[in-house]
Design a protein around this ligand. Structure first.
Ligand code: ADP
Ligand code: MG
Ligand code: ZN
Length: 495
């Protein structure tokens, strides 16, 4: 019998707020342990939580970005359990009345657009972080009470690769929407993977197995690549799967059982008596809606449509918002947006990566820390030349005043110094020679100096033409118009 995988993800994302969810402590990564703490986030008795309104706004904004409904009534509940890094012994979360529900994410996968439905995105709080040393353990409560969004997907994902593409799409939306910095290395995105298998052609769901607390997308892929065949093998050998929770061992590359449904937690959810329900007004919702940005996939499709960009170029702009924001106003002023895209991606972006402290700061590298694509905004704001100068450079290129190789030189110079392209052309004498008389003299000199290759060319060896052209270009110091050189050499052959 053939089996297929059914996957649903619960993705936890730290919200980009200045302070924590219920107190004024800094929401900051990398401080000394237990320096961003107070009686509220340390869970001391008798304190009162005060909701962070920006966290509520970011939650509802996420709802809009993920095409969710925004209920007019949401509340906070206590989810009771004990863990050393959670001093209150309950986590505040949204149980049956979340702030957003019933949305979807569209993303590209295998050449078409796929949709994963979003059950809900609800607001909760992060817990502290335990570190285990040789002989003892430490708990850092800096993370306790950091606002955390949980985004629950429907079981619409069918395989490991699709799970990664969904996560990438989600991350891009949240990053560009200003919801979270999504820095995986700082633990800002973590995910629980729910997976079952069922015979192909059936519709009921198999026993759900949850792999807890994954902190990298590649980990999610590898865990699924291990877990799916494992489940299929159990069923094929006549075994039975039961609902359970497993842990991924990244070093061994296997999943291991943690607990089964029989000893699952009873969280005893109940409404938090210290917190008022969230009842957003029309005005409040409108202010949040005003912060909705264009979704990355929609932008990619629009760039392809409006500027006839190739998909690969539009993809670069999709995942690099600052670069896209730089490109568009320039492209609108140009008759050749494709050429603009070419120069922005191939020349500007590579110059930025050369000069960046880390190449991934441009967001060019795949898998680069997620905060970095937006950092490229600083580099673009600090450019020494104006967008107008780029347009001038391209005009010089298109009018064949300068050759493509000369344009590279001009670009490097204007990138370094901010000088005007026409001035650089003048100063360096880079204007292309299209004057046939001058080029003909270069050709004659080259033919005279290279009788062998000229004979080869005459006897029909086309490789010799390239050699001769190269010599003419060299003699003209790169200024001869290569097309004119070719025409003249061919003409001399027939003469
Ligand atoms: P729980 O109440 O245990 O958290 P939910 O029904 O809320 O379980 O589902 C949690 C996640 O598991 C969701 O992302 C959902 O899509 C996914 N899920 C539920 N049932 C299955 C299943 N049988 N196989 C795979 N994923 C599932
Ligand atoms: Mg769950
Ligand atoms: Zn605090």
């Amino acid at each position: 019998m053939e089996y297929e995988a059914v996957i649903g993800l619960e993705t936890h994302v730290q919200l980009k707020t200045k302070s924590k969810m219920w107190c004024g402590c800094a929401n900051a990564f990398g401080s000394d342990p237990n320096t961003n703490v107070c009686p509220v986030c340390l869970g001391l008795p008798g304190v009162l939580p005060v909701p962070n309104e920006e966290a509520l706004r970011l939650t509802v904004l996420t709802g809009y970005l993920l095409n969710c409904e925004i209920p007019r009534f949401a509340k906070f509940d206590r989810k009771s359990y004990f863990y050393p890094d959670m001093p209150k012994n309950y986590q505040i979360t949204q149980y049956d009345k979340p702030s957003t529900a019933n949305g979807f994410v569209d993303f590209e996968f295998n050449g078409s657009i796929h949709r994963v439905r979003i059950t809900r995105a609800h607001l909760e709080e992060d817990v502290g972080k335990s570190t285990h040393f040789d002989r003892n353990s430490g708990v850092d409560f800096n993370r306790a009470g950091v606002p955390l969004l949980e985004i629950v997907s429907e079981p619409d994902i069918t395989g490991p690769e699709m799970a990664c593409e969904y996560l990438n799409a989600l991350k891009e939306i949240l990053l560009q929407g200003g919801i979270s910095d999504c820095d995986m290395e700082k633990g800002m995105v973590r995910c629980d993977v729910n997976v079952s298998v069922r015979p192909v052609g059936t519709t009921s769901l198999g026993a759900k197995i949850e792999i807890k607390n994954m902190n990298s997308f590649s980990g999610v892929r590898r865990a699924l690549e291990y877990e799916i065949p494992r489940q299929i093998a159990v069923l094929q050998s006549g075994g039975r799967l039961i609902q359970s929770t497993r842990r991924w061992d990244d070093v061994a590359g296997i999943t291991e059982q943690m607990r089964t449904k029989e000893n699952a937690h009873d969280y005893r959810y109940f409404p938090d008596p210290d917190l008022m329900p969230s009842v957003p007004t029309d005005e409040w919702l409108a202010a949040v809606q005003a912060r909705v940005v264009e979704l990355p996939l929609a932008r990619k499709q629009r760039l392809i449509r409006d500027y006839q960009l190739p998909a690969v170029d539009a993809e670069v702009f999709k995942s690099n918002l600052p670069l896209a924001n730089y490109f568009e106003p320039v492209a609108r002023q140009s008759k050749n947006p494709k050429l603009v895209a070419n120069w922005v991606i191939n020349n500007l972006l590579s110059k930025l990566s050369e000069t960046a402290i880390r190449p991934e700061e441009t967001g060019l590298l795949e898998g680069a820390p997620a905060t970095t694509p937006l950092k490229g905004a600083d580099a673009l704001a600090d450019l020494k030349f104006q967008p107008q100068a780029l347009l001038q450079l391209l005009a010089l290129l298109e009018s064949k005043t300068i050759s493509n190789s000369a344009a590279q030189v001009v670009f490097a110079e204007m990138f370094d110094t901010g000088k005007n392209p026409a001035a650089i052309v003048q100063e360096k004498g880079l204007a292309q020679v299209s004057d046939t008389g001058a080029i003909e003299r270069f050709c004659d000199d080259v033919i005279a100096a290279n009788p062998g290759p000229w004979a080869d060319f005459q006897s029909g060896k086309s490789a010799a033409l390239n050699f001769l052209k190269g010599q003419v270009m060299k003699l003209s110091k790169g200024k001869a118009n290569p097309a004119v050189v070719g025409v003249i050499l061919e003409a001399k052959l027939k003469a």
